[in-house]
Design a protein around this ligand. Structure first.
Ligand code: GRF
Length: 223
């Protein structure tokens, strides 16, 4: 890719160019758009929004804010990934943000973006890939991976769940953790009410995670 860690004071800083991959509502995408527009997320630019669903509301959000957005049909993974890779090069993407993206990339694709692809997962994932997570009050809860984890947290009668931002590796819902937020499960919570509360928290979490990444990578662009 066209980024490198800054090794000289003479090189010019350039914004971190992110591509946001979505499959649905795109409320996390909206949080990023708002943070950039309100100058709460400096040095970051959304250069492309990619959706595997033509009717994802997130695509509309992107266009409403005059951001490039594309529907990427996902019939044959190999073909879709080849197109995605070409898009990442064309738009000079430094960091891929999976924000409600419901497709699984191949290991070959992921390897093209070492520590340059992050995911937002609506459950608490441990640092070490274990099957359990220890919450801040010391409770041991299962690490919920895969689909329907909000519903599964309620079904498992957990008192606490949360969200995790992590780097993507070929193993699904694993990879180095960037940050967590714990969210209590209330009596009477449904999947919808709990997910809504999780998302409110996620909106801050994803902005903070990208701010940190942007600050730690001194991006330079080759002229
Ligand atoms: C979020 O809860 C995220 O953690 C999960 O999918 C949901 C996406 O929500 N991966 P939205 O499309 O950003 O509203």
């Amino acid at each position: 890719m066209n980024y490198q860690e800054q090794d000289s004071h003479n090189e010019q800083k350039a914004p971190l160019r992110i591509a946001v991959f979505i499959s649905g509502a795109g409320s996390n995408l909206q949080a990023l758009i708002d943070a950039i527009e309100n100058r709460q997320l400096l040095g970051v630019e959304i250069v492309l929004v990619v959706s595997n669903k033509a009717n994802a509301y997130g695509l509309q959000r992107a266009l409403d804010h005059k951001l490039p957005a594309i529907y990427l049909p996902w019939k044959l993974r190999e073909e879709a990934e080849a197109r995605a890779l070409a898009l990442m090069k064309l738009f000079q993407v430094d960091l891929i943000v999976l924000a409600g993206w419901l497709r699984i990339f191949s290991a070959d694709f992921i390897e093209q973006f070492p520590l340059r692809m992050i995911n937002l997962h609506p459950a608490l994932l441990p640092e070490d890939g274990a099957d359990t997570y220890i919450t801040s009050d010391g409770s041991i809860i299962p690490a919920l991976r895969g689909l329907h984890v909000v519903r599964r947290a309620i079904e498992a009668n957990l008192r606490i769940t949360g969200s995790t931002v992590h780097y993507v590796i070929s193993e699904v819902d694993a990879g180095p953790v960037i940050s967590h937020a714990e969210v209590p499960i209330r009596a009477g919570d449904t999947e919808e009410t709990l997910h809504e509360r999780l998302k409110e928290r996620e909106h801050r979490l994803v902005v903070e995670a990208i701010r940190e990444i942007a600050q730690s990578l001194q991006i330079t662009r080759q002229k």
